[in-house]
Design a protein around this ligand. Sequence first.
Ligand SMILES: C[S@@+](CC[C@H](N)C(=O)[O-])C[C@H]1O[C@@H](n2cnc3c(N)ncnc32)[C@H](O)[C@@H]1O
Length: 202
Amino acid sequence: MAPRFIARQLSFPKGPIGRVMGFLMNLHNARINEFAIQKMTLRPPEKVLEIGFGGGLALAQLIGLSQHLSGVDRSEDMVRQANWKFRKAVENGRADFRVGNVEALPFADATFGNVLTVNTIYFCKSLEACCNEIRRVLAPGGQAVVGFMPKEHMAKKKMPADIFSLRTIDDVTTALRNAGFSETRIERPEETPEWAVVLAKN
Ligand SMILES: C[S@@+](CC[C@H](N)C(=O)[O-])C[C@H]1O[C@@H](n2cnc3c(N)ncnc32)[C@H](O)[C@@H]1O
């Protein structure tokens, strides 16, 4: 079993150890984030939201690709760090980062063209509530991009079950469809097929 404090930090990075975890997540999750962004359909001028950005790996790329980037993470420390790292974009009004929960997103309906979330689906208490919220903040025709490690691979990491809820591709696709997304598609990186990205059109 992975040590509980590591699992807790991955789910909710806090304090100096949380900042180290953010750095390690950036290293470990580089490929899946890069792949998810490659598959994302961005139509300029696009407003993009990233949910659960952690160490801010994807934010660095998304800032350059979008007209305006919002980020939400439940960790105050990760939000403080993003506001500092990307302060120029924040000062120029091109980005904003705030504390919030995927199950109650602090944004109006139909705000975004794209919503990206990578490695956060394990922490949704209710997959249904998370998918409903993601759809609510997407504009008609918008796209949700959900990157994660499916249950059969994630199970090998032996994360504590009360912190990590493991999900199959089918669980995620079904929840997105039940939330009202019209089309879903699955992409897997050839060289690291243990990861999956589900793309869903609103
Ligand atoms: C494992 S990290 C992944 C970070 C980044 N997306 C990556 O792929 O490296 C999970 C992040 O999601 C955030 N998070 C977890 N559950 C969340 C929730 N319910 N609402 C918002 N953020 C959440 C955590 O605070 C953490 O920063």
